[in-house]
Design a binder for this molecule. Structure first.
Ligand code: PLP
Length: 381
């Protein structure tokens, strides 16, 4: 039995064009871009070309004295950690949305242990941050950093990033945006959003695992977290990988030519099918603007039992963030939305990809329906 892969928010299949590109770069270019000889200079020029192209794709400014910066990192987790630790100023308030990815929340918890006043920006029942609450939090203490993600990894709910950045700036704070679930799915307007930093990770859009970026607005000062080299101006030292930089660029280039609305139609088909299973099935965050590839479904059956049964049926689904997989704790994202216990214990994430087919969606609905009807319903408390 072939499996049906509907866990694309955890990671995506590496695209053949991206593999080809990386293989070619690996075979042609092996010099260290920090080396002084001509092969090193050639490698450096190649690396800077990748950097420039990625900045352009992200809607950053690449010209003149106000050009933005791009740091290559090992992925979204490192980029988020670098932004949180590198942008927060000592003894100030740090605000993070209540639905951030663990790579932001856990970093912020570390800051809280070292004299930062870390507060969560509440969200409404559909998972969108309450801008009026953000404004109140900004007004009551000097704040250095606000973290608001572009799109949530569990629900796909889109946040008002531009408005949050405007509020943050009005109060002298920087805004970091975790755009890991956005980049590669929709055009990224870094300058238009007017955010100060933005993270992305290309294994979420058919690029290699282990390749991330942190895009920084011109003149934003960052405290490094790693030491020991002058690469990337010392802001994120370590020998850069030409292969991964080229893989990131190739994946992004491939992504900009794909219309994710088609995936949204498949998602709608899936949700219509699932809502037809019974009156206690619901879609979390459905009232908000959402990314086209993510569906968070409340089935009112024990989610661990459901996922186990689904796996036996060849359905690859998840309970929520891949970083929390294996954990039976309820999702902090759904808890922040104030959802009832039946929903917290009975929700799963289904994430589609650009290679998901109508047939796969039809079979998935059928199989989910079978499991749903076979499992005992959770009581409403
Ligand atoms: N931020 C979000 C919203 C994510 O979905 C993920 C991965 O699931 C990350 C950050 C971490 O990215 P990476 O797996 O590249 O470390």
């Amino acid at each position: 039995m072939d499996s049906i892969y509907l866990d694309n928010n955890a990671t995506t299949r590496l695209a053949a064009e991206v593999t080809d590109r990386m293989r070619a770069v690996a075979e042609e270019r092996f010099a260290n871009p920090a080396s002084q000889h001509r092969e090193g200079a050639r490698a450096r020029r190649f690396l800077e070309d990748q950097r420039l192209a990625i900045l352009e794709h992200l809607g950053a400014s690449t010209v003149g004295m106000a050009a933005d910066r791009l740091l290559f990192t090992s992925g979204g987790t490192e980029s988020n950690n670098l932004a949180v630790f590198g942008l927060a100023r000592p003894e100030t308030r740090v605000l993070i949305s209540a639905v951030e990815h663990p790579s932001v929340t856990a970093a912020a918890q570390q800051l809280a242990a070292s004299n930062h006043d870390v507060r969560a920006i509440p969200v409404d029942s559909s998972g969108v941050i309450r801008l009026e609450e953000l404004e109140k939090l900004l007004a009551t203490a000097p704040t250095s950093l606000v973290c608001v993600m572009a799109a949530n990894n569990e629900t796909g709910v889109i946040q008002p990033v531009q408005e949050a950045a405007q509020l943050a700036h009005r109060h002298g704070a920087l805004l970091h945006c975790d755009a890991v679930q956005w980049v590669g799915k929709r055009p990224t307007p870094f300058r238009e959003w007017n955010v100060d930093s933005l993270s992305a990770s290309c294994h979420k859009f058919h690029g290699p695992v282990g390749a991330g970026v942190l895009c920084l607005r011109h003149s934003v000062p960052l405290q490094p977290r790693l030491f020991g080299g002058f690469q990337q101006d010392g802001w994120r030292p370590g020998t850069e990988s030409l292969v991964l930089a080229a893989g990131f660029r190739a994946a992004l280039q491939r992504a900009v030519h794909f219309d994710y609305q088609a995936v949204g139609q498949l998602r709608d088909r899936l949700e219509t099918g699932l809502l037809g299973l019974g009156p206690d099935v619901g879609i979390n965050g459905r009232e908000a603007a959402r990314m086209p590839h993510t569906s968070n479904v409340s089935l009112a059956v024990d989610r661990q039992a459901f996922l186990l049964a689904a796996d036996l049926q060849g359905l690859c689904l998840s309970a929520g963030s891949a970083c929390a997989s294996g954990s039976s704790e309820p999702s902090p994202v759904l808890m922040a939305m104030g959802l009832e216990k039946q929903v917290l214990d009975g929700s799963i994430r289904i994430s589609l990809g650009r290679d998901t087919t109508v047939e796969e969606v039809n079979v998935a609905v059928q199989k989910i329906g079978k499991i749903y009807h076979a499992l005992p319903k959770l009581a409403r408390v």
